[in-house]
Ligand binder design. Structure first.
Ligand SMILES: NC(=O)c1ccc[n+]([C@@H]2O[C@H](COP(=O)([O-])OP(=O)(O)OC[C@H]3O[C@@H](n4cnc5c(N)ncnc54)[C@H](OP(=O)(O)O)[C@@H]3O)[C@@H](O)[C@H]2O)c1
Length: 236
């Protein structure tokens, strides 16, 4: 995909990784629309990109996800890509994490991205793309993160299946599966306390890899053990 003038909705643009992805895409000439939950953080994110659409949504309200896609498409005159970069985490052993927290993680990390993409697949044309951040836990589930790992693995499975569906329609599916990043995300859990974590990678490097992957129609971004992003042409 040529990023110059590409019309791209970034959902979760108020987050550290979402903000870095937005900056990368805008820096390469894309016309971005931002979607976020917290109104003041959304207004602050939009100030960095004067004149861009800034659209509120809550991942816990599926209709607001579909509405954000419709609003972004109307504001930009169509869409060429939708990038989902929001998410929530909780820590604790399986018996400590309650049903409500597990349901929250499933809603925010799996069902809400699916709601964005369901709406997007109705308007995206051949050559366009959907992209979502899962995480290394989607591949290697971690103790004290069973429900977080399961929600990300569910999103990964959903993306894998949709990638096979959309081969005939020409819509690309990009999974962004980084290891731990230094964004503060792990210190903002909806429940539990963060366990000791290694030094994380730089989200700006992952954001650059995401832009590279969109430009080259790659299917996967991972990170190597030292945090260096890796763009992989085919998902695995
Ligand atoms: N940091 C890591 O180590 C790491 C590693 C692998 C994958 N990831 C994934 O990367 C993504 C971005 O995380 P980050 O590191 O950039 O952390 P972050 O800065 O805390 O960003 C989290 C984002 O998710 C949004 N969000 C949370 N709950 C929401 C809800 N109910 N409705 C709408 N938005 C909601 C937040 O919105 P508000 O601004 O409204 O709070 C924020 O924009 C997440 O999916 C995370 O699972 C992170």
């Amino acid at each position: 995909m040529e990023l110059t003038e590409a019309r791209i909705l970034v959902a979760g643009a108020t987050g550290a990784l979402g903000g870095a992805i937005t900056a990368q895409l805008a820096g390469r000439g894309a016309r971005v629309a931002l979607a976020g939950r917290d109104p003041s953080r959304l207004a602050r994110a939009a100030r960095a990109h004067p004149g861009v659409p800034a659209i509120p949504f809550d991942a816990y309200v599926p209709e607001s996800c579909a509405r954000a896609v419709r609003d972004a498409s109307a504001a930009l005159g169509g869409l060429d890509a939708v990038v989902v970069a929001f998410g929530a985490v909780a820590f604790g052993t399986a018996d400590e994490v309650g049903d409500e927290v597990a349901e929250h993680l499933t809603a925010v990390n799996h069902l809400a991205p699916a709601a964005f993409f369901r709406a997007a697949l109705g308007v995206l044309r051949p050559g366009s793309a959907i992209a979502a951040v899962t995480g290394a836990v989607a591949e290697r589930p971690q103790p004290a993160m069973a429900d977080y790992s399961a929600s990300k693995a569910a999103l990964r499975a959903w993306l894998d299946a949709v990638r096979r569906e959309t081969r005939r329609t020409g819509v690309r599916v990009l999974e962004i599966r980084p290891g731990h990043l230094d964004t503060g995300f792990a210190h903002r859990p909806v429940a539990g306390t963060v366990p000791p974590l290694p030094q994380g990678g730089d989200p700006r490097h992952v954001a650059a890899a995401v832009a590279d992957a969109l430009e080259t129609e790659a299917e996967l971004v991972t990170t190597s053990p030292d945090g260096t992003p890796v763009v992989e042409r085919r998902a695995r």
